[in-house]
Write a protein that binds this ligand. Structure first.
Ligand code: AMP
Length: 421
């Protein structure tokens, strides 16, 4: 026998027993995004490598270690998208969507990072994200965060997550802070791990984001960016907090929140849970006012968030959220070719007249007994039986497969009105 081939490590299949939970979560996100006036945008899964290098930053975990980069047949360097913001900004810029306009966009799909797989961390994972362009003020920051809170509330997850916020200021205020931070870290150089030593020159802020427990104290005592904010960023941050409070959204200010991507300015935030072990950030986002210009476009203030769907679903399972039950399924059993012919016509009519119906027509023949077994296994709630007798008498038998109730004999119209109910 030939050797079997398995999926790539860290890339998961989603089976029918899970996809209906995914569909529920996606529906909640999509309807809330629509409620807030966000419109869907779709872009390719593959982009030029340069896009991610220039946006995410050369000295970041993603660009240094995690991208799936390859040369295509023309010798161009392409990358499976590790995140969506850069792609969205590229598309908005390429199609002039933010030209004298303030688009609010959402998108969903898979992303790829070569990380060490563990619970809540995969090499292919799914995000739903939103971005808003050309709005500089704290009003949109607050609304975007309120929207994310409302989505979490709708999913039943709000009691299990904490909103952490911080401000990274403008590049100018960051530059002033940076030299103070470098001085502090250099003084304690012997406590820095290998990664941090490398980042000390190129990207010292990222050292604050370290996951190394041995460096926790060093980081905790480091000078804080939030105490070095420029006037405008400080006002922006204060106003946003005021709006959040007015909207009843609880938050904590975490001065060590820097996020793993270089393009953020001013507001950053994360929704964090302690119910998922090490991978506790279920969603995150922030403002990136300089990104479009950095990618060759006009200066365009913008901000957004992304939620990781695997983590949202893990948290829903962990906290035992009720998920709407699947649509009850029907299974049509048919005895012989004549019965099948009629059953096919009947099922076509039922599907046409009853939207949302989940109906499996038995194919492949076999005895009634074996068909009943299949119906039972298929998790159908009802079986519709078209046998010789039924065909002769122009009736349909309806049998409840999960409860002990008498079988019904109905004509087509009666069946239709029963199913419509
Ligand atoms: P980021 O783009 O790193 O800010 O991530 C945004 C969200 O995507 C995170 O909060 C996670 O929920 C999710 N996420 C990021 N990386 C992964 C991964 N490797 N596996 C699963 N989810 C991820």
């Amino acid at each position: 026998m030939a050797e079997t081939i398995q999926a790539v490590r860290g890339m998961n299949d989603l089976l029918p027993s899970e996809t209906y939970i995914w569909q529920h979560v996606e529906k909640v996100f999509q309807s809330m995004l629509q409620n807030y006036g966000y419109q869907e945008i779709r872009f390719p899964i593959v982009e030029k490598t340069e896009l991610f290098k220039r946006s995410i930053g050369e000295v970041t975990d993603i660009v240094e270690k995690e991208m799936y980069t390859f040369l295509d047949r023309n010798g161009d360097s392409l990358t499976l998208r590790p995140e969506g913001t850069a792609c969205c900004v590229r598309a908005v810029m390429e199609h002039g969507l933010s030209h004298n306009q303030t688009p609010r966009l959402w998108y969903a799909g898979p992303y790829f990072r070569h990380e060490r797989p563990q619970k809540g961390r995969y090499r292919q994972f799914y995000q739903i994200a939103a971005e808003a362009f050309n709005l500089p003020g704290p009003d949109i920051d607050a609304e975007l965060i309120v929207m994310s809170a409302q989505i979490l509330e709708k999913l039943g997850l709000l009691p299990y997550v904490t909103l952490q916020i911080n401000s990274l200021g403008t590049p100018n205020s960051r530059a002033a802070y940076r030299s103070e931070l470098v001085a502090y870290l250099t003084k304690h150089q012997h406590l820095l791990d290998e990664d941090s030593l490398r980042r000390l020159d190129k990207n010292p802020l990222r050292i604050l984001d370290t996951k190394n427990p041995a460096m926790k104290e060093l980081v905790a005592n480091a000078p804080k960016l939030i105490e070095h904010l420029d006037e405008e960023s400080a006002q922006h941050f204060n106003k946003m907090q005021q709006y959040l409070t007015q909207a009843g959204v609880k938050f904590v200010v975490n001065p060590f929140l820097v996020r793993g991507l270089d393009y953020y300015t001013k507001t950053v935030f994360e929704w964090v849970t302690d119910h998922l072990g090490a991978q506790g950030t279920v969603g995150a986002g922030g403002r990136y006012d300089g990104l479009m210009e950095q990618l060759g476009g006009k200066p365009t203030p913008a901000l957004g968030f992304a939620f990781g769907l695997e983590r949202i679903i893990l948290l829903m399972q962990e906290t035992q959220q009720a998920i709407p039950v699947k649509t009850p399924r029907l299974y049509i059993i048919n005895d012989g070719q004549d019965a099948y012919g009629y059953a096919l016509a009947l099922s076509t009519r039922l599907r046409k007249e009853i939207p949302g119906l989940a109906l499996t027509l038995h194919c492949g023949g076999g005895s009634l007994k074996s068909q009943f077994k299949k119906a039972d296994k298929s998790d159908a709630r009802y079986a519709i039986i078209i046998g010789e007798e039924e065909l002769k008498n122009r009736v349909i038998s309806l049998k409840h497969l999960r409860e002990e109730v008498p079988q019904k004999m109905l004509n087509e119209e009666e069946l239709l009105s029963f199913l419509k109910e």
